[in-house]
Ligand binder design. Structure first.
Ligand code: NCD
Length: 305
């Protein structure tokens, strides 16, 4: 049997691999509208052990647009793993007998890798604990390239919860492969992991760390990537309340940006972008949502095609 193609970490892909997915995603724009039979007969299992709106539904929408079928769960309390104590390994060894690809979201770091070890079909990581969210990073790259025409040469601010935010971990690691300048803006207790910063610096990227939103939203910035403070990852609620509501983008902040700068957010938003920013020309986070469909069509084609 040939080697199974998984997508567990964004580091599974080099720049050529990332660019190839972005190119396919771009071709999927018309396929998404016209629909296709490319994956007819293929079955995608979605195993969501953690809450999701966009990631699960966009994967399902992507598979349906490519003619495939879907099964799975998004409410863990209806499963044997959630209620009867079945292990992840046994769940995977069961599901692989029902489907051709597994898309998994799980609250534990390392969960997607464990799933891939036990599966003989491709596994796609749709969010593993606070660790990684590679398909989100790919749709973020796709959004930047679609809106700005390029990734190289840009100044990008990653803001908010850089410690527990899995999207910024995957995005940050992959940005090391591009010629960008990065501003990391987080409260002191939620800074980006040193290993990821080291990797960026090793790649020759200019990294500037700041602890307030004002220094991350300036006229020199091309992309502002705001994130939610990940309340569910804090061990103590009082630690969350110390930082909650401190890192907000207001209409006044956004006014400092160039006209063609863009504001992205993986969503869901709580209060970290004021609703009056939504109507500003730089606000692109709802356009970013749709890009999740075409990017995930490209990812499914890569692992199943
Ligand atoms: C993110 C996640 O689940 O990590 N959401 C998403 O997939 N678009 C971000 C978040 O929950 O804050």
């Amino acid at each position: 049997m040939g080697k199974v193609k998984n997508l567990i970490s964004i580091q599974d892909l080099d720049r050529k691999g990332i660019d190839a997915i972005l190119d396919t995603a771009s071709k999927m724009e018309t396929v998404a509208i016209d629909r296709s039979d490319l994956l007819r007969g293929k079955i995608m299992a979605v195993l969501f052990f953690e809450a999701s709106t966009r990631t699960r539904l966009s994967f399902e929408s992507a598979m349906l647009r490519l003619g495939g079928g879907i099964l799975g769960f998004s409410e863990v309390t209806t499963t044997s793993a959630g209620v009867k104590g079945e292990t992840l390994a046994d769940t995977i060894r069961t599901v692989e007998r029902y489907a051709d690809v597994i898309v998994i979201r799980h609250p534990l770091d390392g969960s997607a890798r464990v799933a891939a070890e036990f599966a003989s079909i491709p596994v796609i990581n749709a969010g593993s604990g606070a660790e990684e969210h590679p398909t989100q990073a790919l749709l973020d790259f796709y959004s930047i390239r679609k809106l700005k025409g390029t990734i190289d040469g840009l100044t990008i601010s990653l803001c908010g919860d850089l410690k527990y935010g899995r999207t910024v971990h995957s995005l940050g690691m992959a940005l090391s492969q591009y010629d960008v300048s990065i501003i990391l803006a987080a409260p002191p207790s939620l800074k980006m992991k040193p290993a990821i910063i080291e990797e960026m610096k090793k790649a020759g990227i200019q990294v500037n760390q700041v602890d307030n939103i004002e220094d991350a939203i300036t006229e020199d910035v091309d992309v502002v990537y705001q994130t939610r403070i990940q309340k569910e990852r804090f061990y103590r609620e009082d630690e969350y309340f110390k930082v909650a509501g401190k890192f907000k983008i207001s209409n006044k902040d956004a006014e400092r940006l160039k006209d063609d700068a863009i504001i992205l957010h993986p969503l869901p938003r709580v209060d970290e972008i004021s609703p009056d920013v939504d109507s500003m020309p730089q606000a692109k986070y709802f356009d970013q949502v749709y890009n999740g469909v075409v990017t995930r069509m490209a990812i499914l084609k890569m692992v199943l095609g």
